[in-house]
Design a protein around this ligand. Structure first.
Ligand code: ASP
Length: 301
């Protein structure tokens, strides 16, 4: 790879890419850069799907999922159902660095984070609380299985993870993702984002990939690992993302349901990127190199 490169999901991916590039410019590792990228979005109160200000679960409690992975060693860490700590990706990094484990959940994850010096706080912003109340009321006011109730439920499923993939000039790769999960999710529900191989997978020998969208559909096919394996077998990141999205669509067909909204990003050790999505709307993502950050849109497969 000739230069450092960072790719991140959604328009707020620009924020993530900017923060990650700044870390790389300070000679930080690709892993530190990816975590810094996720953290910049976790700190943004206007993003209601990540970190502070994320939309809560059905009970009104914000529960965060996150993971990190480093492509040289395959070291990884993750947290799920983490409450009261906004920097979920950084906690996942500590799980990787300070424990012999890969994943901590719920109260154990919170206690670990507190022991590591992370500040406990209320993550429910006034705006997220108001939005949660509005959506709850919209669902409650629509009877049975009406079209509007289904629309309200669909809105409930619309949510966006920040996933950040970073690569440096030597071809070292790392990634981080962080989310509050599906809005109004069932308490205890865990999506793809903290699951290594589903929401994120990174291997310097092949490539890096991360997902966003309805996590259940990404978990079902092992989305990120599958994309990395496609790159290992010679596909470009773009072809790998498209192959995984085709698999999501095929899986939905087998189950007799319409394909859910899913998107994928990928980066290979040569610095090539890819992105693809299902659905009927485009998927915006940001790509940053030393001197420029650009927003692109992937069109549905
Ligand atoms: N993938 C996340 C989840 O299922 C949500 C999203 O990215 O939209 O929790």
């Amino acid at each position: 790879m000739g230069e450092s490169i960072v790719i991140a999901t959604w328009p707020f991916g620009e924020t993530a890419v900017r923060a990650a590039l700044a870390e790389l410019a300070r000679q930080r590792s690709v892993l530190e850069a990816a975590v810094a990228g996720a953290q910049a979005v976790e700190d943004d109160p206007t993003v209601n799907s990540v970190g502070y200000g994320g939309l809560p679960n059905a009970l009104g409690i914000v529960q965060l999922d996150a993971c990190v992975m480093e492509g040289t060693t395959l070291n990884c860490g993750s947290v799920a159902g983490l409450e009261n700590v906004r920097h979920a990706a950084a906690v996942a990094l500590r799980v990787m660095q300070r424990t012999p484990h890969v994943m901590l959940v719920g109260e154990g994850a919170r206690q670990f984070a507190q022991g590591e010096g992370f500040r406990l706080e209320n993550l429910l912003s006034p705006a997220a609380l108001a939005e949660w109340q509005r959506r709850k009321a919209a669902i409650a006011s629509e009877p049975g299985n009406s079209r509007r109730r289904r629309a309200a439920r669909k809105e409930e499923l619309s949510h966006d993870t920040v996933a950040v993939l970073a690569g440096d000039r030597r071809g070292k790769l790392a990634g981080a993702c962080s989310t509050s999960g599906l809005a109004l999710k069932m308490p205890g529900r865990v999506g793809d984002s903290p699951l290594i191989g589903a929401g994120l997978y990174v291997d310097d020998a092949a490539g890096a990939a991360a997902g966003t969208g309805v996590g259940e559909e990404i978990i079902r096919i092992g989305g990120s690992l599958l994309a990395v394996e496609e790159m290992r077998s010679g596909r470009t990141p773009q072809a790998a993302c498209e192959a995984v999205i085709a698999r999501v669509i095929a899986a939905a067909k087998r189950r007799g349901v319409p394909p859910a909204r899913v998107a994928l990003i990928a980066l290979d050790p040569a610095g090539r990127v890819g992105a693809a999505c299902t659905g009927d709307t485009d998927f915006p993502y940001a790509v940053g190199r030393k001197d420029r950050i650009e927003l692109f849109t992937a069109t549905p497969v």
